[in-house]
Design a protein around this ligand. Structure first.
Ligand SMILES: Cc1cc2nc3c(=O)[nH]c(=O)nc-3n(C[C@H](O)[C@H](O)[C@H](O)COP(=O)(O)OP(=O)(O)OC[C@H]3O[C@@H](n4cnc5c(N)ncnc54)[C@H](O)[C@@H]3O)c2cc1C
Length: 404
């Protein structure tokens, strides 16, 4: 039986482990942290990722645990609607699913419950990878694998080692906050409000809890102190129910991260026996809500490309039972090896990284005149040419996984 070593037990690494085990691979996940998903927040899982999760038998459980991102839209900081979106229209355009909202730990639980006992080794940091020979160095020595999945996140040391000429992550100019807020009685509507260089997103989850996120255009490296007080200072005079939600939040539940992304795409998503996956391969700004969704897509495509672990005969050339044509999402036969994985994933994910970065740049506008112009353009384009506005997102959401 072929062996896979997965580095990192984030959403990307766990999905890859589930997908590979279902194809008969013997999988071990090495995670340096002491627990899975130590910091809880919310997550939007879009139709494309739900379809990928369906292939792992996990889609319906996720749908049951989630709230559907109902009708909502975009607002100004004073509450005026710039754009109203309809969940029915979005679902009709995207084959019945749109976007569901849930707690990240729930997704992590659903994935890890599908793994064979003992798959994940916590407190185990990988210090080095030999890509040609599939050697992964652990604190207690090296292990060999036929396939190494580098799902070690945005600051991936494995990416730096395998692609030394790549410039690495770049600060996107915004810092972000995320929090879960129990708030019964607040109207359950999902929207994102844009102000001068700032964004506040409200997403109702199942059971009277809200997932809220915010960004502000500031130099990197801030933080420390009471982040909830900072949020109340920045957003306390925004439209209702933002101040009410912030009043109900707990300071210890606020997670702050500077937003970095891989503005320059990697030249490939593999090297030797190593497949790069998720944020390690294509970290993006959160503006399209696709970072984890793309990691989930990567995982399902990778398992399809490398094929049946029980029939694997060794060596990188042996991958490819289900090689995927360039840019395509399905097909089988051929022997693309991990090059088939790069061919299927690099172009798509690079496009999404670039689109997310463009939206991020637009949210950073601070000049009052530029902001007024931006807001008018958003409303006008939605009214006059809606398909030009939602077309790029629909292209992302309409992705289908490779067939078995
Ligand atoms: C504000 C914000 C909101 C977001 N909202 C959404 C959203 O709604 N929808 C969405 O799809 N995406 C969203 N994202 C993006 C999403 O969070 C990420 O894209 C996703 O979590 C990446 O998963 P990953 O598994 O690739 O990496 P990570 O989650 O970073 O996991 C990497 C893991 O590798 C481990 N690790 C690192 N180095 C080593 C090592 N040497 N040895 C062993 N283990 C190691 C780490 O401890 C970690 O557990 C958002 C991001 C932000 C910042």
């Amino acid at each position: 039986m072929a062996r896979a070593a997965v580095i990192g037990a984030g959403i990307g690494g766990l999905t890859a482990a589930v997908a590979l085990q279902r194809r008969g691979w013997e999988v071990t996940v090495f995670e340096r942290a002491a627990s899975l998903e130590p910091v809880g927040s919310g997550l939007a899982v879009a139709a494309n990722a739900l379809r990928a999760l369906d292939t792992l038998g996990a889609g319906d459980e996720i749908r049951e645990l989630s709230a559907i991102q109902g009708s909502g839209g975009m607002r100004r900081s004073d509450g005026r609607w710039l754009v109203r979106t309809s969940v029915e229209a979005a679902s009709a355009r995207n084959g019945g699913d749109s976007v569901v909202l849930l707690r990240r730990p729930d997704l992590v639980d659903v994935l890890s419950a599908r793994l064979a006992p003992g798959t994940v080794r916590l407190n185990t940091e990988v210090s080095e990878v030999d890509a040609e020979n599939g050697l992964v160095t652990l604190p207690d020595g090296p292990v060999e694998a036929d396939l190494v999945v580098a799902a070690d996140g945005i600051h991936s040391p494995i990416r730096s080692a395998l692609f030394p000429g790549h410039p690495g992550p770049r600060y996107a100019g915004v810092t972000s906050w995320r929090m879960l807020i129990p708030a019964e009685g607040v109207p359950g509507q999902a929207y994102e409000s844009w102000g001068r260089g700032r964004v506040f997103g409200v997403m109702p989850l199942a059971g009277g809890t809200f997932y809220c996120y915010a960004t502000d255009t500031v130099p990197a490296g801030g933080g420390g102190g009471d982040q909830l007080a900072e949020l109340r200072r920045l957003f306390g005079d925004w439209h209702s129910p933002i101040p009410e939600l912030l009043a109900a939040a707990s300071p210890e539940k606020v997670l702050r991260n500077d937003v970095h992304h891989l503005a320059t795409p990697l030249p490939a998503m593999h090297r030797g026996r190593v497949a790069m996956l998720g944020d390690a391969a294509h970290a993006m700004t959160p503006n399209m809500g696709q970072g984890a969704c793309q990691a989930i897509e990567d995982a399902v495509v990778l398992a399809h490309v490398v094929g049946d672990g029980e029939r694997f005969t060794g060596g990188t050339g042996a991958y490819g039972e289900g090689a995927v044509p360039p840019g395509g999402s399905g097909g089988s036969g051929g022997s693309g090896g991990l090059a088939g994985y790069t061919a299927a994933r690099l172009e798509r994910t690079s496009r999404i990284v670039a689109r997310s970065a463009t939206i991020c740049r637009i949210t950073r506008l601070r000049d009052p005149l530029a902001v007024r112009l931006r807001d008018a353009m958003v409303t006008l384009s939605w009214r006059l040419a809606p398909s030009r506005v939602h077309g790029p997102m629909d292209e992302v959401l309409s992705w289908t996984p490779p067939s078995a």
